[in-house]
Structure formats: C-alpha cells, structure tokens
Design a protein around this ligand. Structure first.
Ligand SMILES: C[S@@+](CC[C@H](N)C(=O)[O-])C[C@H]1O[C@@H](n2cnc3c(N)ncnc32)[C@H](O)[C@@H]1O
Length: 292
C-alpha cells in the first residue's frame, strides 16, 4: 500500500487504519485493504470541509474534539453506499404479496385487532420502504382490509433519511415503476416526481445504527424485516450480531429478507430458508416449531 511507504506517509497510513477501525467498531462497516483508497478519499472530503490538513489531525477530530460525534456521523454519511431504486427486487415483492402477507394474515385471523409491521432496515433514500408502502396500499381494499399496516424505515445516514422524507425522485430511481403506479402515486415536479402523501404517511423514518445494541432491542414485534444490500460491507462478527437482533425483533412466524446476492449461510441457523418463485427469504419458526 502506497500509504505506508515513507515515514511521513506511514503516520498517515496508521491514522487511516485507526479511522478504519473506528468506523468498523461504530458501524460494523469493514473497509478491507483494497478499499483504503476509497476511505482516504472520503476522509479527504471531510478534511476539506472542516479545514483539517492531515489524516492524523482528522483522526484527532474524530476521537478527541468536542464535535467528534457529529464529525463521525458526517464521515459515515460519506462512506455509506446508498444505491437503491423502487421495486428493486420484484420477485421478492411478489413473494410478499402472494405468500408472506396471506400467511401472516392467516396466523392473525383469530386476533380481534390485526396489525402488520414491516421494517426496512438500511432504507437509504426511501425507495424500498415506499415500495412496500405502495404494496400495502394496493392491497388495502383486498386482503389487508381491516388490518392496520405500517412501515418503519431506518438508516444510519441522516442525509439519506432527509431525502427519503422529502419523497422526490428522478427517472433513475423510478425505472422499475409501472406507468399505472407512477400515475397513481406520483405527481410530476419539474423533471422529477413527488410521491403522494398517502404513501408517505405509511412510512415512519428513524435514524438507527444497526450496531447500536441499546436501540436495536427496542425494535420489537415486527412481522417482516427487509435488510437488503446493507450487510455486504459487514464482516462475519458484526453480521452475526445484527442478525441475532433481527431474530429477536421479528415475531414468531415472521419473515426476513436479504438482497439478491446475500445469504445467512454460516451466519445464522435459527432462521429457516424459504424458496419463493425467483427469490428466497427466511422465516422465524413459530413457538411450536412450525414453519408456515
Ligand atoms: C445499498 S443501500 C440499501 C438500500 C435498500 N435496502 C436496497 O436494497 O435498495 C445500503 C444502506 O445501508 C445503510 N447502512 C450501512 N451501514 C449501516 C448501519 N450500521 N446501520 C444502519 N444502516 C446502515 C447505508 O447508509 C445505506 O443507506
């Protein structure tokens, strides 16, 4: 690595490695050696913004300055990758519509008041939770009649959350949205589209670090968790920690979804793998051990 090839660079290199360790400890995101240039570039952006000329100075800013927490949050905003779009994984959405919702409703049919809580963990700029909210609205006069539904959406990146709450999207984010859904739930706003209030009202956004055990324990009574394309930068230990929380957070009989290329193989055996047409998900067995 170039960063540790001279004494001066060596000190910068070790500061960078300590920043990497700090990011890993706080947010679970691990930057392997081949991503250190990326981390350095993101640190440089923040160094410019706060007027700190060296990586050593910036490390101090992150660890000893009165504004260290705020600065760490700003750095995490720069590092976290927010690639997403509406209806990103259509087979997964169809699995929720055709299998997951009917199973959950069947299990809840004996309850006097039925409610359904879906959590989009690592929601980025809102496309995933809003997709789920649209699905719930589309079913609200059908199978979800008489069922109160809500989507909770969380992310570490507060800049992404602010964009999510605004609900304004360009063509690229909307590329998988059908013309009928676009017309029904969006209005043109210049060269972009504004999501309608009915969909926005279904989703509650919150800032949440998945590695913050003190907050994760309060995410209770969830029926379906989506944590798609979030844990790809986590190493095994932090993945296991987050998945254990999800297992505790989801109701018995509830479901858990990861992104296309992700799996719980070697991470957790308590969730059961379920195959759907074109996608997979996980199911938390009910107390009597049944997989619905
Ligand atoms: C690639 S986006 C995924 C968006 C959406 N789930 C999807 O699949 O389209 C990954 C998101 O995970 C968030 N993230 C990364 N580490 C996190 C952590 N420790 N806690 C909460 N969110 C985190 C990032 O801020 C980013 O918005």
């Amino acid at each position: 690595m170039h960063l540790i090839s001279s004494p001066m660079e060596s000190s910068a290199g070790s500061a960078l490695v300590r920043i990497r360790d700090l990011v890993y400890r706080v947010a679970g995101i691990f930057q392997p050696d081949n991503r250190l240039n990326f981390l350095q570039e993101r640190c440089s952006r923040r160094m410019k913004a706060v007027g700190v000329p060296s990586l050593r100075g910036y490390l101090e800013r992150l660890t000893a300055h009165p504004d260290r927490e705020l600065e760490l949050r700003q750095l995490l905003n720069e590092i976290t990758v927010g690639e997403t779009c509406f209806f990103r994984n259509q087979p997964q959405i169809e699995a929720v519509r055709r299998v997951v919702l009917p199973c959950l409703l069947e299990a809840k049919k004996i309850l006097p008041f039925r409610n359904l809580r879906i959590w989009s963990a690592g929601c980025s700029t809102g496309e995933e939770p809003y997709t789920l909210a649209i699905l719930l609205l589309e079913e609200s006069l059908g199978m979800l009649k008489n069922c109160k539904t809500e989507v909770i959406a969380t992310d570490l990146n507060d800049r992404s959350l602010a964009r999510a709450q605004a609900g304004v999207y360009g063509q690229y984010a909307l590329r998988n949205v059908s013309p009928a859904i676009l017309q029904k739930y969006f209005t043109p706003l210049g060269d972009q589209f504004q999501l309608c209030d009915e969909v926005k009202a279904k989703v509650t956004f919150r800032q949440l670090n998945l590695l913050d055990d003190s907050k994760m324990v309060f995410m209770k009574a969830i029926d379906v968790i989506f944590c798609c394309n979030v844990l790809i930068y986590f190493d095994g230990a932090s993945k296991r920690r987050v998945i254990q929380h999800f297992l505790n957070n989801v109701n018995p009989g509830g479901y858990f979804f990861l992104g296309y290329s992700e799996s719980l193989f070697g991470v957790n055996d308590d969730f059961r793998l379920v195959h759907f047409p074109g996608s997979t998900g996980y199911h938390k067995p009910t107390r009597n051990g049944l997989v619905k």
